[in-house]
Every structure is written in structure tokens, then in C-alpha cells.
Design a protein around this ligand. Structure first.
Ligand code: C2E
Ligand code: CA
Ligand code: CA
Length: 392
């Protein structure tokens, strides 16, 4: 149990009961506040706290206003949201708090049981609903320097067959090695690359290294298929299919072993050019996957219009499917729809065994996620793959 806790709830009875429960669970000190305004005063005067329980519905300053004030302060206290309202409203409030980059451990419906509190607190840090710490984006200068000096490298995350667990392919995920900053993640440079016309150069750099690594691994008996992310912005480039084919041929890679994943709605730009590019990629033998399916970046229209061969159900639904019936229903309908279109299905974001089992039972063809492996360097991927393929 966290040592120093604040409970914010306007209902005296609920507040007292929660203070008793939290004390019984082992907290050293619990402070109570009657609304958002009172809570902010106490935070300023008696904080910082290790954990704050926030009731959403309060007269005076409500829970959402309190969350907004926390966000404005850049507060990183762990939060648990509570409410007597329906679960959907609680979930929406959780998403809002995450959009504010607050550290939400989870939500609790009233009446609150001690076992539910314990369960939330025992979640490992990596699996909490909290959002990532926001890192600054790279500047255009930093990015083009890094591209020119060969500091852009792919890491590879394996995908395994849902039924047999056998590894099938890897997804190339871009990383930048910046001296003094270690490995910089895509969220810090893909938006800059897209905005500043460096995304095509980035895609070719990643693809060239991915094909070279495939050739290098093949000589060591490691033969994964390859998935490469393509931004919607690049699909306006009708030369892409020819350039990709040329690149694949240079490394003696069969196009049928390569799948391009579209990371955003491919229909954002010019529809004619996008369809031209995608159709020609298919004609050359490459495969095409719809990424992040089920989110706002994907539409059902894509399924009908685009020559897709694979569909990846978004992490946000897969990772919650075991605990959240609504997320599970979305995964189920995405998988069902993909199957009716004859597409290979991938569940991405499989973080534990229960999710792996559920996805297999729900009929996903391939699984990807931290449960199997995090993205790895080319050398580590080779070791992982050989180890995984060893007879046991
Ligand atoms: P994405 O294509 O949806 O890739 C999946 C992201 O989820 C990766 O993050 C991966 O490391 C992470 N992930 C994988 N398994 C799990 C899991 O079990 N749990 C959780 N919580 N996360 C998991 P990463 O590498 O930071 O990439 C983020 C996004 O950046 C990618 O999302 C993709 O949209 C974009 N990106 C990465 N490389 C490239 C690239 O070469 N080109 C383009 N255009 N976009 C790229
Ligand atoms: Ca992807
Ligand atoms: Ca995805």
C-alpha cells in the first residue's frame, strides 16, 4: 500500500469508509478532502501524496476540474478515479485523464471493495493505464543530421503463430541513436519527419536496413518475413512501388515476404494516388496490412477499398480485452470482419498469457506483444529467433 494517501469525495459516509479501508490496507497516513478545491488546497499545503482517490461527481469543484488543475501543474501523483456513475462514464474520464498525461492507475465503481483497491495497486508498473512521459520531439536539424550520419536503425519485434507459437515475421520499428540521449523512440521523430518531408528518406533507410538484415539472418538460418511501417504521407509517392521492388531485389528478398503496414488512414491524402501506389505494391507481390484497426485512424471503408491482405487489431483494445468486455467486443468484431474479408489477422499488444490465450480462442492468426518479445536489435533478434526455434 502507498504510504501517504488523499481521498477526495463529497459524501462524508463514503469518504470515511474509504479512509478506513485504505488505512486497513496499510497506508501510514490518509488525508480527506471534500471537493476539488479542498483537495488542491491540501495538495499545496500537505502534499505531495503517493496516491489520490478522486471522486468524479462532487458539487463545487468536481473531479474533472481537479484533474484539469493537476494537469496544469504537470502533477505526476498516482490517481485512482471513483464514481457511482456508470462504467462507461468512468472509462471516458480515465481516457480524459490519460489525454491530460496524468498517472491514472485505474477506475473504481462505487461501492468500492478493498479487494478491488488491492488489485489496482498490485498491477505491475508497465501495465498501468498511465500514459507515457512526454518527451520533446526532435528538431528538423537533429533529425536530418541523424538520418545523414546513419544513426537511424530498425529494431525488430517478432510476431508468432497464435496456434503453434512458432515465430513467423518481424516488424521493423525505427529508433534513433543520439549521443547523450540513448535510443530515441519514434513518437519523438516520426511526426517531425512527416511534417518536414523527411518521411520518405526515413522509410527507405529503414527498409534498406531491414532487407539487408533479412539477407544477413538468412545466412544464419533465421528467415522471418518483414513488416515495414509506411506513413499515409508516403502513399502519395507513386514511385514507391518501383523503388521498393528495386531495393528488395538488391538484397534478393522476395516481395511476398514483405508487408507494408499503413499507420494512419490511407485515405487522408489523394485517394487516386494512394490507390495507385497500393495497387502497384500488391501487383509487385508485396503484402499490405491495415495497422491500428478499430481506432479513429482506420475506417471500415478501408476494408472495402484498399487491397489489404492483413489487419492488425489495435493495442488499445487487445491489451484491455481480458478485463474489459467492451474492448473484447471490439476485438471480436474486428477479427470477425477481417475474417469475412479473407484477411490474415494480427492481435498486437499481447502483454500477458491470459491475453494470448483469449486472442487465440477468438481466432486471431498471429500474435505480437511484450509477452513474446519487446522490439530487439538485429543481433538480439537473431539470438531470440534461434532460441525460440530450438527443439524443446
Ligand atoms: P505501431 O506500428 O502500432 O507499432 C506498435 C508499437 O507498440 C511499437 O511502439 C511497439 O514497440 C509497441 N508495442 C509492441 N508490443 C507492445 C505491448 O505488448 N504493449 C505495449 N504497450 N506496446 C507494445 P514504437 O516502436 O514506439 O512505435 C510507435 C509507432 O511509431 C508505431 O506504432 C508506428 O506507428 C510508428 N513507427 C515506428 N517505426 C516507424 C517507421 O519506420 N515508419 C513509420 N512511418 N512509422 C513508424
Ligand atoms: Ca505497425
Ligand atoms: Ca499498431
Amino acid at each position: 500500500m502507498k504510504n501517504y494517501v488523499m481521498v477526495v469525495d463529497d459524501d462524508e459516509f463514503v469518504r470515511d469508509a474509504l479512509v478506513k479501508q485504505i488505512t486497513a490496507l496499510g497506508a501510514h497516513r490518509v488525508v480527506a478532502a471534500a471537493d476539488g478545491h479542498d483537495a488542491m488546497q491540501k495538495l499545496l499545503g500537505q502534499g505531495p501524496f503517493d496516491l489520490i482517490f478522486v471522486d468524479l461527481q462532487m458539487p463545487g469543484s468536481d473531479g474533472i476540474e481537479f484533474l484539469r488543475s493537476l494537469a496544469q501543474r504537470g502533477d505526476s501523483t498516482d490517481l485512482i478515479l471513483t464514481s457511482g456513475l456508470d462504467r462507461k462514464t468512468l472509462k471516458t474520464a480515465e481516457s480524459l485523464a490519460q489525454a491530460y498525461a496524468l498517472n491514472v492507475l485505474g477506475v473504481l465503481e462505487k461501492p468500492i471493495r478493498s479487494s478491488a483497491i488491492s488489485r489496482l495497486l498490485s498491477k505491475p508498473a508497465g501495465k498501468r493505464a498511465s500514459t507515457k512521459v512526454a518527451h520533446p520531439e526532435l528538431s528538423i536539424g537533429e533529425l536530418s543530421d541523424a538520418l545523414e550520419s546513419g544513426r537511424l536503425i530498425p529494431h525488430y519485434q517478432p510476431k508468432v503463430c497464435a496456434l503453434s507459437g512458432a515465430p513467423r515475421s518481424v516488424e521493423a520499428l525505427a529508433r534513433l541513436r543520439i549521443p547523450g540521449r540513448g535510443l530515441v523512440m519514434p513518437e519523438q521523430f516520426i511526426p517531425t519527419a512527416e511534417r518536414c518531408d523527411l518521411i520518405d528518406a526515413l522509410t527507405y533507410t529503414i527498409s534498406a536496413q531491414a532487407f539487408a538484415d533479412m539477407a544477413h539472418w538468412a545466412a544464419r538460418g533465421v528467415c522471418p518475413d518483414m513488416e515495414i511501417n509506411i506513413s499515409a504521407a508516403s502513399l502519395d509517392d507513386t514511385d514507391l512501388p518501383d523503388r521498393m521492388l528495386e531495393l528488395a531485389e538488391q538484397h534478393l528478398i522476395e516481395p511476398s515476404r514483405v508487408t507494408f503496414e499503413m499507420t494512419e488512414s490511407a485515405l487522408i491524402g489523394s485517394v487516386a494516388k494512394t490507390l495507385d501506389t497500393l495497387t502497384r505494391l500488391r501487383l509487385k507481390g508485396f503484402h499490405l496490412a491495415g495497422d491500428d484497426f478499430g481506432t479513429r485512424y482506420s475506417t471500415f471503408a478501408q476494408l472495402k477499398l484498399l487491397p489489404l491482405t492483413e489487419l492488425k487489431v489495435d493495442i488499445s483494445f487487445v491489451s484491455r480485452a481480458v478485463a474489459d468486455p467492451e474492448a473484447r467486443a471490439i476485438v471480436e468484431s474486428c477479427l470477425g470482419l477481417a475474417q469475412r474479408f479473407g484477411l490474415t489477422t494480427v492481435a498486437e499488444g499481447v502483454e500477458d498469457e491470459a491475453t494470448a490465450i483469449l486472442m487465440r480462442e477468438m481466432g486471431a492468426n498471429l500474435l505480437q506483444g511484450y509477452w513474446f518479445s519487446k522490439p530487439l536489435s538485429a543481433q538480439d533478434l537473431q539470438t531470440w529467433w534461434l532460441d525460440r526455434c530450438k527443439p524443446r
